[in-house]
Design a protein around this ligand. Structure first.
Ligand code: 4AZ
Length: 245
């Protein structure tokens, strides 16, 4: 996250991380993800481009804040199944969404706690610009110098789609959200390593809804190059079909 700040421990309890299983001890960060139920996380399909679709390659960590310090709420799960969207093609950014099922039994995988909870899904075709305010992106990705060891957060504005259409032309589709911060003095963006993680907003009433999944952009720090997020509200029938939620 560029232009962010340290989050509070437990402040974003649906934030998950997809990490490599078998590399030198720690297992490096591959992508962010969002817990949407006990056994499913939402992430972007392009997260599996580099290391492939084999479940054995990865693990999913929940409840984390500092990546190098073992913490009370943090836990890791194996992966039962990786389901990238069928229409995703690695050569474009459209349909950049995947569901990851965790290993568990009889519908229970992650145990929820104060620091580990799912985010709400949006309603079908829900318009984030109409209903939501107070939006944030979160992740352990590039801060401009290095990946962050602590979970970063940044307030971000969902922008009118025209803003991205003008800059990204036909690469920007109806299955994407455009977000950034247009203040001249403070540029906020997601970056390498944040992909797959959430763009959440608070609905009136207080529910936190995952409207976007961090997907792509021209750069992380260029003023005027907003970030592009997969629009979750365009994929609800698919999410329900795959997860049976
Ligand atoms: C990336 O390389 C990446 N600012 C993620 C998000 C954005 C750009 C690049 C959007 O994973």
């Amino acid at each position: 996250i560029i232009g962010g700040e340290n989050s509070l421990r437990g402040g974003w309890p649906w934030q998950a991380a997809i990490r490599l299983r078998n590399s030198q001890g720690e297992g490096r960060l591959v992508c962010g993800a969002t817990l949407i139920s006990s056994c499913w996380v939402l992430t972007s399909a392009h997260c599996f481009k580099r290391y492939g679709n084999s479940t054995k390659t990865y693990k999913v960590r929940v409840g984390d804040y500092h990546t190098l310090v073992p913490e009370e709420y943090e836990a890791e799960y194996g992966i039962e199944q990786i389901v990238p969207h069928n229409n995703y093609r690695p050569s474009t950014n459209d349909y950049d969404l995947a569901l990851v099922q965790l290993v568990g039994h009889s519908g229970k995988c992650v145990s929820f706690s104060s620091h580990v909870l799912p985010a709400c899904l949006p309603l079908r075709r829900e318009k984030v610009l109409k209903v939501a305010s107070n939006c944030f992106i979160t992740g352990w990705g590039d801060t401009g110098r290095t990946y962050s060891k602590t979970l970063q957060q940044a307030a971000i504005s969902v922008l009118h789609k025209r803003y991205c259409e003008e800059r990204y032309l036909s690469q920007f589709t109806s299955r994407m959200l455009c977000a950034g911060n247009t203040q001249e003095d403070k540029w906020v963006d997601s970056c390498r390593g944040d992909s797959g993680g959430p763009l959440v907003c608070e609905r009136p009433g207080g529910a936190w809804v995952v409207y976007g999944v961090t997907s792509w952009g021209h750069a992380c720090r260029l003023q005027d190059s907003p970030g592009v997020y997969t629009k979750v509200s365009a994929f609800l029938p698919w999410i329900k079909r795959v997860t049976n939620l």
